[in-house]
Design a protein around this ligand. Structure first.
Ligand code: MCN
Length: 768
């Protein structure tokens, strides 16, 4: 059991909605029913007349304070409350603050808004069509719906490689829009104290320090007078990285009213308005030699960004880290272009369990690899063996500029193939097919860049991507550790204490871990992109080593020898050659406050910032077998084998939990979890009847295996793992279904691979 579980299973978690302050008021948001419309008028008089209503905010009132628009983490702007137009269904139009949440809801219902509907744009094709209405006409110089254009790679070299290719394999697909859907929705309790002018905000955030800086910029408050507290968070999955308008409303309301104001988002609000992931159209091709060697890759991505470009960007790259695609293969050269499109949908592109668009890139990569192998008539496993980077290739520079530093790709693949019984399955598959049964096997092999950091290349809002840890060892030898990361269920309280224990020998049970309070935690960039272990975890290791170095001096003083004569074994210093003469870390801690050497500062505490020289590069091989029912198109998962190499595992149980969680999302993505809009821009999945996530009952079992290739730059050799399976898994499921129906010649079925799509493919022998 993890340390934090004791609190959660007893119902003693402390979430934002558990925060109750004296005199607290409640806030509700009125959202737009239309996807695209001009606001003709807003009449709030009936709402103001309701007893108990304390404040009604409109976009116009916000505009008077210069707060109607706020910057997003992608250097775009987002409406805090709509002024001239609404640009997606669910957009925030008005806010009511009242004595209780029910009065606030009644207040919203009493607001009369008159709209003039405008034609909605619900996909990139409509967005780019000549004459399409300009969605972001609020932006100066915006003449069409292009959000960004971007390119990377070597165009000429790629063209040459394609000219020399024996075979060119092509693939076009859509990765549908999806919502992270954490159990806990977003929310905040803003508490502005008019006496001290200090603003405290309890809120659901994966990155409290970034929020503090953003609030300081938006509200023009001094940063040291802002305290952001992210208490227990009931799942984030990327959903709680952005700064949403609701947080800003509650802050402004608290400042205006001088009272605490609580905003608790409901499920529908969360499902229709907060950060979505994916929604990318990918079109690419691969230049191949007839012996199976990849010569080059060319691809284009059209992303549906929704009405505001609100991705959490870790860098200058407009499309996150998508160009890490094909990083585990030797592809020779490549060229990628991308175009972002504004549409009348909620802001998209949030890093939903992916390192910034990596999920889509890896999905395309593994679907393309399968299509290419099929086009060449080469076995899937063999094609990968030919093209995966060999062990002696590291460090390897990818054509798109990344440095992949370590891995044992063949070994992982082989373990996976042996575990699933690849050759035997192929024989079984052929025999079954002769009897009309459709069995399929899908492989996905991938590395991804985890641990956004390396201040030369990555920043958010200009703030460099590092992370931090602060450790205080008390005189009793017990310790408190704080980091700039923020767990949302990943188990940092357990694993960080393990690192301290590993480095200092203090029992993990004697180390308390705290995250999420900007008044006490050191500045850090938060938890997403599986960056906590690679960056904050490294800082935990480093600060522990700093403390050990000081304790060593104290030990030399206590043992009356020179520091050079001191040896260290876990938790104890001793004199070289006389192991019976020693001092434990606890004795050194006591001495740090009671008997320190002359000239030494008292205390045993310190902090460390880790600015990683590189990202970390975990590798994974996922293999799925399925059986497709030829009569109905329904497919059942037979087995799922996962081989993950995330370097040294701090806590194997937690790592396995992360992989199982990721595989569950991968399975969901492949066949049920997607978000659509109708032609009018109405969101279809606004509740769990229409937006499906798998329960334990639907979820297949997983067989997990491991390989350990330590990360060369991480102090304890760990790589990130939190999102690997969610990123690499979906292609294994889809590849398996396509493999089962390969005899039809169908090369693609877009996710979700629903039975009716499979059935149509079986009938028509056409891509679906
Ligand atoms: N770990 C380990 N050994 C390693 C790598 C990781 O023991 N070699 C442990 C870590 O110490 C941590 C956990 O595994 O307890 C995940 O670590 P890491 O891969 O560093 O990922 P983060 O902690 O940065 O978490 C982010 C990642 C992402 S990007 C999403 S999205 C996601 C995920 O984690 N959201 C989650 N897993 C989640 N799990 C839960 N329960 N809830 C979420 O919202």
């Amino acid at each position: 059991m993890r340390v934090e579980d004791s609190r959660f299973i007893r119902g003693r978690g402390n979430y934002t909605d558990d925060v109750k302050l004296p005199g607290m008021l409640y806030m509700e948001i009125l959202r737009s029913p239309l996807a695209h419309a001009r606001i003709i008028s807003i009449d709030t008089s009936r709402a103001w007349a309701i007893p108990g209503v304390r404040l009604v905010l409109t976009g116009e009132m916000m505009a008077q304070r210069n707060l109607a628009w706020m910057p997003t983490l992608s250097y775009d702007t987002q409406a805090v409350l709509a002024t001239d137009k609404v640009r997606f269904q669910g957009q925030e139009v008005c806010v009511v603050v009242a004595d209780d949440p029910y009065i606030a809801k009644d207040g919203c219902e009493a607001i009369d808004v008159e709209y003039e509907p405008l034609p909605p744009i619900v996909n990139p094709e409509q967005s780019a069509a000549p004459g399409a209405p300009v969605i972001r006409d609020d932006k100066q110089g915006q003449v069409d719906n292009t959000c960004y254009r971007w390119e990377v790679g070597d165009r000429e070299a790629t063209e040459r490689a394609f000219a020399e290719a024996d075979v060119v394999s092509k693939l076009k697909l859509h990765y549908p829009r999806s919502h992270p859907s954490p159990i806990e929705c977003c929310g905040s309790v803003a508490d502005f104290d008019p006496a001290t002018k200090k603003l405290t905000v309890y809120m659901t955030s994966q990155a409290p320090h970034i929020v503090r800086s953003a609030v300081a910029l938006i509200a023009e408050l001094p940063e040291h007078m802002i305290r952001i507290v992210s208490p227990d968070v009931g799942g984030g999955f990327g959903n709680k990285v952005p700064v949403y308008p609701g947080y800003v409303h509650s802050i402004l309301a608290s400042i205006l009213l001088g009272k605490p104001v609580k905003w608790t988002e409901d499920k529908t609000g969360n499902l229709i308005s907060t950060g979505f992931g994916r929604d990318m159209y990918l079109d690419g091709e691969m230049a191949l030699r007839s012996d199976g060697k990849i010569l080059a890759v060319r691809m284009h991505a059209d992303t549906d960004q929704g009405a505001f470009f609100a991705d959490a960007q870790p860098s200058k790259f407009k499309i996150g880290l998508m160009h890490s695609t094909f990083a585990c293969y030797n592809i020779g050269t490549g060229y990628i272009t991308a175009q972002g499109h504004y549409t009348n949908k909620a802001p998209g592109g949030v890093a939903y369990r992916c390192s910034f668009r990596v999920t889509e890139a890896m999905f395309f990569q593994e679907r393309m690899v399968q299509a290419a192998a099929d086009d060449l008539g080469i076995d899937q496993a063999e094609f990968r063996r030919v093209n995966l980077l060999p062990d002696d290739a590291f460090p390897a520079r990818t054509p798109f500029g990344f440095l992949v530093d370590s891995g044992q790709y063949d070994k992982c693949l082989q373990i996976g193939l042996d575990a699933i019984g690849y050759e035997e399955f192929r024989r079984e598959q052929a025999a079954a097919r002769a009897k009309g049964r459709l069995l399929g096997i899908g492989i996905s092999t991938m590395t991804e860049p985890l641990g956004a950091g390396n201040s030369r290349e990555y920043d958010i809002l200009g703030i460099k991507m590092f992370d931090s840890a602060e450790l205080r060892v008390h005189l009793t030898g017990k310790a408190i550790l704080r980091t700039g990361a923020k767990t949302q269920g990943q188990g940092h309280e357990t694993t960080w204490a393990q690192i301290v224990s590993h480095e200092l020998g203090i029992p993990a049970a004697d180390v308390v871990v705290e995250e999420g309070d900007t008044d006490t935690a050191p500045y850090g960039m938060g938890t997403y992109a599986s960056r906590s272990t690679p960056v904050a975890g490294a800082a935990v290791s480093m600060v522990s080593r700093k403390i050990r170095a000081k304790a060593r001096k104290i030990a030399a003083h206590l043992l009356e020898v020179s520091e050079e004569d001191i040896e260290w074994e876990l938790g104890r210093f001793f004199v070289r050659g006389a192991p019976e003469r020693g001092a434990t870390i606890q004795e050194c801690a006591m001495a740090a406050y009671s008997n320190m050497p002359d000239g030494m500062e008292p205390g045993l505490e310190g902090n460390a910032y880790y600015d990683p020289p590189n990202l970390t590069w975990p590798f994974a091989c996922y293999i799925v077998t399925v059986e497709v029912d030829p009569e109905t198109g329904v497919w059942d998962v037979l087995r799922v084998v996962a081989v993950d190499d995330c370097g040294v595992r701090i806590n194997p149980m937690i790592v396995e939990g992360q992989i199982m969680g990721g595989l569950t999302e991968a399975y969901a993505m492949s066949n049920m979890q997607f978000q659509t809009y109708d032609a009018e821009g109405n969101i279809v999945g606004s509740n769990y009847m229409d937006y499906l996530i798998p329960t334990a009952w639907e979820t297949p079992g997983f067989e997990l295996h491991e390989v350990v290739t330590p990360c060369p730059h991480h102090p304890i050799g760990a790589k990130g793992v939190g999102e690997c399976a969610a990123v690499g898994g979906p292609a294994a499921f889809v590849n398996a279904v396509l493999d089962a129906i390969a005899h039809t010649g169908v090369r693609n079925i877009d996710m979700p691979v629903l039975p009716d799509r499979v059935w149509t493919a079986l009938q028509t022998h056409q891509d679906v």
